[in-house]
Design a binder for this molecule. Structure first.
Ligand code: UGB
Length: 598
């Protein structure tokens, strides 16, 4: 009470709210006025920030927490009354006519799209000390994830504009959700590299705030163990992206500028942009309000399963059921074996890769009603079976893919299934945990993430008629992987299957031990036989035709151990590095027509 005189009228209001919400304990240890006054003001600055960054404020947070904690204590199943079944979606086969048509439709729509990268996570499972978007997507060129994403968006922009007759001024916006853990380093990475070719005004960073921690089932806010004038906070999850897009006004700006789609993606999926054109084409053709990109999922794989849920009262929804909930849900609903593979070798429930495409109009309309709040959950670790005390403080969490949970049945929610080799290669697990993944399930490691890039490029070239030799099996950091020819190309060389086909002709072949990096847009391969390493770079305006036999000692692959700290972390987490013995390297710096036939 005596301390109230320190506070501004707004701070007094916040203090009253906390007392009304049963949070008296926060003030019990406060010293008399005149002592720790700065700390007390800082406490209210923090409260004000926490209050304004949560839709509905702290009182809404505490009320929701009490409800969810009570449900958790009684063991209430969040899927009570719902029974799961396998949904049907748009299943695409890479390279067939249907796929090519969707790709073309997607490229056409791309100039009306905005991209949102969620990159606020620390990547605890990976354990890498830097930010994940700064990791090389592959080490043949060393291009990091963020650079690759930006170059892909710029290539889409150009392809979409040239399809529109070349007279369009579209600049596809990119928003990046960061957190205190990643914000500065993400900004620095962009600034140091001139935004990787994007206009700085095209990129917006939205920082998510953490949410308050809770000490018990009554939702008493937890104090920081090291500072009695500070509330302990923890990340709220990637679901924050919706409230941030709304509260920042960015979604409205995009809507008012005539944009039609918003595409969400995660920090480390190096294959994603291979799947974007077709997936966007599906959204546009089927007029989906929500389209979620999926891949066949191995049972128990740590990705959610897209599931049709039918309630006893007749309601249905198609939604992601998180990996730790799918098995118990199935067991409780007449599938005694739970989450198991079917005769296809995969779970019947397609895997969520958190690549979501929303139509902006209906999305903005919905957020205007909800303020961007989405369904949350709580996951307290109890001390014992009485569920009365926690081992450590807990907090509410939310996931971006839960957005459709509150949509009316009239919303058009669909999903698109693509091959995992084309669309999904995340880097989430550290080498030790990856090596323990059950045989046959994907490792989701830096090793598998990079090898998947080479496999995907090799398979695409095969589809386009190039003879790419079979892979060999090798073990890196305890993980058995297929090693294909190390083929990579910049997004501006080709985004779609039609583009790849238009740049490859005659009899081309690539041996397994080969490396090929294409870093220019106008490089055509004609009757090329490659056995070694070939690195090609060309400025826009240089038209290069490459053919004949290229043979050299090439780049060999050396094993490295993830525990060997003399090797940079970015490399040793892969378990291999390249020994660049010999290569043919050509750089074309002037516009003009060239032919390379060694
Ligand atoms: N992220 C944030 O931006 N902020 C946060 O507070 C937390 C994360 P994880 P997760 O595709 O493999 C998801 O930790 O949550 C960003 C889906 O829920 O890598 O365990 C973070 O930077 C799951 O259904 O993944 O699992 C990263 O970019 C499945 O689809 C992204 O959010 C799985 O991803 C994901 O965070 C998958």
């Amino acid at each position: 009470q005596e301390n109230l005189s320190l506070l501004s009228p707004q701070q007094v209001e916040l203090a009253k709210m906390l007392l009304e919400m049963g949070q008296t304990h926060l003030f019990q240890h406060w010293s008399e006025p005149g002592v720790d006054d700065d700390e007390k003001r800082a406490f209210f600055d923090q409260i004000a920030k926490l209050n304004s960054s949560y839709p509905g404020g702290l009182s809404a947070y505490i009320n929701t927490a009490r409800e969810l904690l009570a449900d958790s204590k009684t063991g209430k199943n969040p899927y009570d009354g719902f029974s799961p079944s396998v949904p049907s979606g748009e299943v695409l086969t890479y390279g067939d006519d249907n796929f090519v048509q969707f790709e073309e439709a997607g490229i056409k729509e791309a100039r009306k799209a905005a991209f949102v990268l969620v990159a606020g996570g620390l990547g605890e499972r990976l354990g890498y000390k830097g930010i994940k978007v700064a990791l090389p997507r592959e080490t043949t060129t060393g291009t990091c994830f963020l650079q690759h994403y930006i170059e892909s968006i710029l290539a889409l922009q150009e392809a979409s504009c040239s399809l529109a007759g070349g007279d369009c001024q579209a600049e596809i916006p990119l928003a990046i959700m960061t957190s205190d853990d990643t914000h500065l380093r993400t900004l620095e990475l962009l600034q140091k590299n001139s935004f990787f070719g994007m206009k700085p005004t095209q990129v917006k960073l939205l920082k998510q705030e953490k949410v308050v921690c809770l000490d018990d089932n009554e939702a008493h806010l937890a104090l920081d163990p090291h500072n009695k004038y500070k509330i302990q906070t923890k990340p709220h999850g990637h679901g924050d992206v919706h409230s941030l897009l709304y509260s920042s006004g960015l979604l409205k700006v995009w809507h008012d500028a005539g944009l039609r789609w918003v595409l969400f993606f995660q920090d480390t999926n190096g294959l994603l942009f291979k799947a974007i054109p077709a997936a966007l084409g599906v959204s546009a053709t089927k007029q989906y309000h929500v389209n979620s990109l999926t891949v066949p999922r191995k049972a128990k794989e740590a990705i959610g399963g897209i599931t049709k849920l039918t309630h006893k009262d007749g309601r249905t929804m198609v939604i992601n059921v998180e990996y730790n909930q799918l098995d118990p849900l199935l067991r409780a609903s007449g599938y005694p074996d739970g989450d198991v593979n079917s005769e296809t070798g995969y779970s019947p429930f397609p895997g969520n890769i958190n690549q979501l495409i929303f139509e902006i109009g209906p999305y903005l309309e919905e957020l205007t009603k909800t303020g961007g709040a989405i369904k949350e959950f709580v996951n307290p670790k109890y001390k014992d079976a009485t569920k009365t005390a926690f081992k450590s403080s807990t907090r509410l969490e939310c996931m971006m893919q839960d957005y459709p949970k509150t949509l009316p049945p009239s919303a058009r929610v669909g999903f698109t299934v693509m091959d995992a080799w084309l669309a999904y290669a995340p880097v989430k697990n550290n080498p030790e945990d990856a090596a323990k993944v059950p045989k046959g399930n994907p490792y989701h490691s830096a090793t598998s993430g990079e090898m998947a890039i080479y496999r995907s490029h090799s398979l695409i070239l095969r589809k386009a008629g190039v003879k790419v030799e079979d892979p060999v099996i090798q073990v890196f950091n305890g993980q058995e992987v297929e090693v294909w020819s190390r083929v990579v190309w910049k997004p501006k060389w080709a985004l779609t299957f039609s583009e790849v086909k238009s740049k490859v002709s005659g009899n081309c072949s690539i041996s397994q031990r080969s490396t090929m990096a294409i870093k220019g847009s106008n490089i055509a391969l004609e009757d090329l036989s490659l056995d070694g390493a070939l690195i090609l770079e060309a400025v826009d305006g240089a038209e290069v035709k490459v053919g004949g036999s290229v043979q050299n000692k090439g780049w060999s692959i050396e094993n490295v151990d993830y525990k060997d700290t003399s090797i940079p972390e970015e490399i040793r987490i892969r378990g291999f590095r390249f020994n660049k013995v010999e290569q043919l390297e050509k750089t074309y710096t002037e516009p003009g027509k060239y032919s390379l036939t060694p």
